[in-house]
Design a protein around this ligand. Structure first.
Ligand code: FES
Length: 69
């Protein structure tokens, strides 16, 4: 990334969304979390630590193309 204020969101085929950069994440609980570096957000729905990925996707089969629509 060229700009320190830039955020890069990367999708992975059968894993989490990878967000690189510094940002504030609003959680469903009303709390906020400061995220720095690489943050991995669950897109399979199986994480026990949502919204973060806990690697549970490795035990399940997800088709990322079908989770978008
Ligand atoms: S994408 Fe990793 S646990 Fe859901």
């Amino acid at each position: 990334m060229e700009n320190a204020n830039q955020i890069l969101v990367k999708t992975t085929k059968n894993g989490p969304y990878v967000i690189k950069g510094n940002f504030t994440l609003d959680l469903p609980t009303g709390e906020t979390k400061e995220c720095n570096g690489s943050t991995f957000l669950c897109q399979c729905g199986n994480s026990q630590n949502k919204p973060f990925c806990d690697e549970s996707h490795k035990k399940s089969v997800i088709d990322a193309a079908n989770t978008w629509f």
